[in-house]
Design a protein around this ligand. Structure first.
Ligand SMILES: *Cc1c(COP(=O)(O)O)cnc(C)c1O
Length: 228
């Protein structure tokens, strides 16, 4: 717990430094702690340290942890993984934000499970910054079409874009492209101002390129347990 608090504080200090170096206000940046593969206890500990945004990338794990922890006032669960349409209801039940909308069919599925009294769901369009379709995300040439589609989904609020840096390229130029894609989405949806980018290895570069939401795992949680 002391180690966790120290790592969290150290990362927050690095975020603040990177923000100031980029001439930005650290307060405009949301740090999401990615807790995947770690037990629900870790989320409870983080909550005790003041963390209110956590990220998960597998629906089953998200569902299990939210069930185990119950309602923690003010805690937002961010879904950051690839999503199957038949898991839309489970994801929507557990998550406040879905970062990984990469196709119209997924947007439709997330929209379709809302009742009249379901709160709107914040969503981001995930963009593939690589040439490898296996890495997830819409290709940039399909961006406007998908943004227009999401805008047409009654119960979804399009908040912005999300991406993961390529493995075979320096993150800075990739995040610069992402900033350009974010601008293209804002021409369609002016309120879609979020840019979800930056992980343990590259959050400073993401901040320099305008990221508003960082998804940081191992630098805060420590190494992930290996999956059995
Ligand atoms: C695991 C994961 C992260 C966090 O990764 P770290 O390198 O541990 O910070 C961020 N984004 C996505 C989509 C992830 O799956």
């Amino acid at each position: 717990m002391e180690d966790l608090a120290a790592r969290l504080a150290a990362v927050d200090a690095r975020i603040a430094d990177a923000a100031r170096a980029a001439g930005r206000d650290p307060a405009e940046i949301t740090r999401i702690v990615v807790t995947k593969f770690h037990p629900a206890d870790l989320v409870a500990s983080l909550y005790g340290l003041g963390v209110r945004d956590v990220g998960e990338n597998r629906q089953q794990e998200l569902t299990a942890k939210t069930a185990e922890l119950g309602r923690l006032d003010g805690l937002r669960w961010h879904y950051i993984g690839q999503a199957q349409t038949n898991k839309a209801r489970a994801i929507r039940d557990a998550a406040s934000v879905v970062h990984s909308v990469d196709r119209a069919r997924l947007a439709d599925a997330l929209d379709a499970v809302a009742d009249d009294d379901t709160p709107d769901l914040d969503v981001l369009i995930q963009i593939n910054l690589t040439a490898d379709p296996g890495r997830g995300g819409v290709t940039p040439d399909g961006l406007e079409k998908l943004a227009e589609h999401v805008e047409g989904c009654r119960s979804l609020q399009l908040r912005g874009v999300m991406a993961v840096a390529p493995l075979d390229e320096h993150p800075a130029p990739a995040f610069e492209r992402l900033a350009g894609y974010a601008e293209r989405v804002r021409r369609i949806a002016p309120d879609a101002t979020w840019i979800s980018a930056g992980m343990t290895a590259d959050f400073a570069e993401a901040i320099a390129c305008g990221a508003t939401h960082l998804r940081i795992g191992s630098a805060i949680t420590g190494p992930r347990p290996t999956r059995g």
